[in-house]
Design a protein around this ligand. Structure first.
Ligand code: PHE
Length: 357
């Protein structure tokens, strides 16, 4: 038995790959293998002989089995070592800049807007893009029968057949974040909420997904005058001009009272847009004093708190500032367009460092 053991252990040590190991295994442990043959011989032995030969054979079996397993593992380790050596990569080498992508103008403008409002004490709030219809509509004083629901061209999600709960929607505006932020923080509050919004609309000037920034400021004595000042400061900072004229036009939104749409004075002379001069007016946002019912829905007492909200189209103001003529190009992922209109990745907009370039 010592002879068998020595022979197989030598064969196992010499096996150079998995196939060779398998060959040795069959020769030793297979049905017709040497160890199996010896096992069969046990039957012909006297009980005394069997008492010593049996345990010895079992021990031999165990030894060969574990030698096979150990060799197999060692070969696996060696193969891995070899691969690690062959595929070695120096991750400390400097990168090779290919200058393919750029920061998308929407991202850039979102950062710019955030920097400006952060300077006025507004924090960034977020909400889900798939929203319950309570947050998107009801809480904003848009009940089920309200025409605004139909006007918004809402995308609805499906419910399983038999599930009669109202479906979720893709949020049609960032206004539901007003409710979420107020529920989470209460009053006083000053937040902006940039993000994607969705409406089933697709033509020259509409895409089914676009971007808004919501603004919300609630305190004990916030008035329409504060709204006007904030928006003027914002527009001056954003367009990087010293003077702007804003025009507040009476309007209607279910979630603000009074409501105003805001236009900026501009000129299109020579085909290029100039903000702050000329006789044209450009509509850029909707705004107003937050409706008491909205505060109530968010758990804030309208007898103690009041304030303003606004919603601004990011894509719109990006086109205006950077002279981008076609809205749909924003979402084509065309590298040539991105290289032309995009921004360097380390050029993070700040008020002290300059918003753009
Ligand atoms: N949510 C409105 C829209 O999408 C904009 C808005 C926001 C108006 C906040 C008033 C106050 O058109």
């Amino acid at each position: 038995m010592d002879d068998i053991k020595a022979r197989y252990l030598a064969l196992i040590a010499a096996a150079a790959d998995e196939a060779a190991i398998e060959e040795v295994r069959i020769a030793a442990m297979g049905k017709q293998g040497e160890v199996a043959l010896r096992m069969r011989e046990l039957g012909r032995m006297s009980p005394e002989e069997r008492q010593t030969a049996g345990p010895a054979l079992n021990a031999l079996k165990d030894e060969i089995t574990s030698a096979l397993a150990a060799r197999k593992a060692a070969l696996g380790d060696a193969a891995l070592e070899e691969r690690l050596r062959a595929e070695w990569l120096d991750v400390t080498l400097p990168g090779r800049p290919r200058r393919q992508g750029t920061i998308h103008p929407i991202s850039q403008v979102t950062e710019e807007v955030t920097a400006i409002f952060a300077d006025m004490g507004f924090r960034v709030a977020e909400g889900p893009q798939v929203e319950s219809d309570w947050f998107n509509f009801d809480a904003l004083n848009i009940p089920g029968h309200h025409p605004a629901r139909a006007e918004m061209d809402t995308f609805y999600t499906h419910r399983a057949p038999g599930d009669n709960r109202p479906p979720h929607v893709l949020r049609t505006h960032t206004s539901p974040v007003q409710i979420r932020a107020l529920q989470a923080q209460g009053a006083p509050i000053r937040v902006i909420a940039p993000g994607r919004v969705y409406r089933a609309d697709y033509d020259q000037t509409h895409t089914p997904m676009f971007h808004q920034v919501e603004g919300l400021a609630i305190d004990r004595d916030i008035s329409m005058a504060n709204l006007k000042w904030c928006l003027e400061e914002f527009v001056k900072a954003y367009f990087e001009v010293d003077h702007v004229d804003l025009r507040f036009r009476a309007s209607h939104f279910p979630f603000t009272e009074p409501s105003a749409e805001v236009d900026i004075r501009c000129s299109w002379e020579g085909g290029t847009l100039k903000v702050g001069e000329g006789d044209d007016w450009l509509e850029v946002l909707g705004s107003g004093m937050v409706h008491p019912k909205v505060l109530q829905a968010a758990g804030v007492d309208p007898a103690q708190w009041q304030g303003f909200a606004f919603g601004l189209g990011i894509d719109r103001i990006a086109m205006l500032k950077y002279g981008i003529p076609d809205l749909r190009a924003f979402f084509d992922s065309d590298l040539r367009w991105l290289r032309h209109y995009g921004f360097a990745s380390l050029d993070v907009p700040t008020l002290h460092g300059g918003l753009s370039r």
